[in-house]
Design a protein around this ligand. Sequence first.
Ligand SMILES: [Ca+2]
Ligand SMILES: [Ca+2]
Length: 230
Amino acid sequence: MKKVITTTFIMAIIVALSASAWARPHRPAQIPNGSKFQCSNCHAVPNPSPGNGPRNLFGQEIESNFLDVVNSSGNVQWGTVLAGKDSDGDNVSNGSELGDPNGAWTIGQPAPGIFADVTNPGDPSSVSAIPVFNHNAPLEFNLGQNFPNPFNPTTTLDFSIPVNERVIITIYTMLGKRVTVLVDEYLPAGHYIATWDGTDVFNSPVSSGTYLYVLQSGQERIVKKMLLMK
Ligand SMILES: [Ca+2]
Ligand SMILES: [Ca+2]
């Protein structure tokens, strides 16, 4: 009898653990462009199993206020309110980061916005270009020196464009190998800053060394160097 009870107890624990480990991977499909960062949208450390690991600020916000049922099978209530918040405090709203500024997207609709521009709403170092207002410098085509430099692992760079234009900022190794695309979006004329967290397109940290960053917009192109020193 005792053995049966023990076995039942252990099986109950296994079932409970499996439910918590595997119930949440449905959630990336419940936010716009959630496929880009998958579990990392909501988890600072998404491993070892999908849905486990500590939550980031976006994940905490959803868990507290934006689930229809507060348990592991709860569904995310994406909409205007959640889209308007800036969970990770990087000055870009959750909706803007996910390509749906107004929270108008619903499950089943095509992914909104430009996939390359989607950034992580739970990671303050994941931003595309942020407009800078009340900037006194003349509005001309310009790419500033990154700051700090040398850096480890994050650096920011400022740029400006005098006309509405598609802007692409790409980072290369000194041998010309493309590391990542930092910005690829149509922007209004203005001053902007962009941040690079020292990772490549696979979100893997890159090694120390000199990197080139290239701003391309219309017929214009500016190349600068920066030094990552670990
Ligand atoms: Ca944000
Ligand atoms: Ca972010």
